[in-house]
Design a protein around this ligand. Structure first.
Ligand SMILES: [Zn+2]
Length: 167
């Protein structure tokens, strides 16, 4: 476990630097509030945003460690590829990847809601055959999620990542 003022905060909230977009998407699939900065945002702006919104700033950029408040807000990942970074983050935070799967939009971090038949037909014309009781929608980007093979595959990946916590 890392030292820092955010350790006691629940639930965990994150800000992932622009090099870690895929990692941010996995955090959202697991249900965590994981935002991404606007592209090209300066380091100072990232750190200020993390502090203002009480988020862990996840980064692979050592420059961000130069800020005096870094120990309280910055998680610097040393691993070189995404799989290893996901594992490093899991072990450092004892992160539960089955926290609240598919409660947030993978693309834009908006909380999802159970979609009605009306929303399915308007957001995704032609999808009326889907079972509306198992469909979630994003009000911001209109992405739909349902218990198809893609979602089941992502659930299996989340469960596999949770196995790292027990080794
Ligand atoms: Zn969305």
């Amino acid at each position: 476990m890392i030292d820092g003022s955010l350790c006691s905060l629940a639930p965990l909230r994150f800000l992932c630097d622009e090099m870690l977009n895929s990692l941010a998407q996995w955090l959202r699939v697991a249900g965590y509030d994981a935002s991404s900065p606007v592209q090209g945002a300066p380091d100072r702006q990232l750190v200020d945003l993390a502090r203002a919104e009480q988020r862990w700033l996840i980064t692979t950029d050592t420059d961000l460690l130069n800020f005096t408040i870094a120990p309280s807000y910055v998680i610097y990942l040393t691993a070189q590829d995404e799989q290893a970074r996901l594992k490093e983050l899991t072990l450092r935070l004892d992160l539960d990847w089955c926290f609240a799967p598919f409660s947030r939009c993978k693309n834009c971090n908006t909380p999802l809601f159970a979609a009605s038949e009306w929303e399915i037909q308007h957001f995704y014309p032609g999808a009326s055959a889907l079972d509306a009781h198992k469909v979630w929608a994003c009000a911001t980007c209109r992405q739909l999620y349902w218990e198809g093979s893609h979602v089941r595959s992502m659930r299996r990946r989340l469960e596999a990542m949770n196995d790292w916590r027990r080794v």
